[in-house]
Structures are given as C-alpha cells and as structure tokens.
Design a binder for this molecule. Structure first.
Ligand code: ZN
Length: 61
C-alpha cells in the first residue's frame, strides 16, 4: 500500500485514515519527508506545530 500524507497534520500514513486526526483527508502527492525524533528540541517540529515524533511530509498538495 503506498504511503500517503495527512493534509491536516502532515503525518505520513500507511492506510486510509490518519491515526492522529481520525480523518481520511490524505494525499499521495506530498514531498519532503522529515523524521521528527524529538518534537520539543526540533525547530522544524516547532514551525510545523508537531507535538509527536514520527515521519511527516513538508508539503502536502
Ligand atoms: Zn493527521
């Protein structure tokens, strides 16, 4: 199953529903994967308002 990115929180998901938002507004047209290990210590996480570690897409169309 191809990975998709949630258009709400940008989390990369291998399914049809974002486990975080519980929504199905996912897009397979995303770019720039970032892996957040430490949301509190990451400038990217702060800019993207990411509170949990995981893999996220920088851009979701
Ligand atoms: Zn989401």
């Amino acid at each position: 199953m191809p990975e998709k990115a949630c258009s709400t929180c940008h989390l990369i998901v291998a399914g049809n529903v974002c486990p975080k938002c519980k929504t199905s507004t996912l897009s397979d047209d995303f770019s720039g994967v970032v892996i957040i290990f430490d949301p509190k210590g990451s400038a990217i996480a702060e800019v993207m308002k990411i509170k949990e570690k995981g893999r996220y897409a920088l851009k979701v169309r």
